[in-house]
Write a protein that binds this ligand. Structure first.
Ligand code: ZN
Ligand code: ZN
Ligand code: ZN
Length: 104
């Protein structure tokens, strides 16, 4: 699964080279008011894994753990659903787009 993901990343990096100066993310414009569905990563809870930090999906409110956590459930959620954007919870200081691979 990892090698497949890396290939997609390289591809998307190459295709956005010429537009990098005025980067906007159209994925956030789809954003509605979304409330987190949970206060912790429920997958981690089930599997008894430690959670380092939490990310909330801005499409459906799914709460998953970050890539520093063992489960990487926020990334898995993107791979499974294609929901492109999430933000840090609970501090909400930044958002991340998986498609553009940029912080906003
Ligand atoms: Zn985007
Ligand atoms: Zn998790
Ligand atoms: Zn989602």
């Amino acid at each position: 699964m990892w090698s497949q993901l890396k290939d997609t990343k390289t591809l998307s990096k190459n295709t956005r080279f010429d537009t990098i100066q005025e980067m906007t993310c159209e994925h956030f414009s789809q954003e509605k008011k979304i409330e987190p569905k949970a206060i912790e990563c429920e997958e981690c809870k089930k599997e008894h894994l430690p959670t380092v930090a939490l990310r909330m999906c801005l499409t459906c409110g799914h709460v998953g753990c970050c890539d520093s956590s063992v489960g990487r459930h926020a990334t898995k959620h993107f791979e499974e659903t294609g929901h492109p954007v999430m933000k840090a919870v609970p501090d909400k200081s930044w958002k991340w787009c998986y498609v553009h691979e940029e912080y906003f």
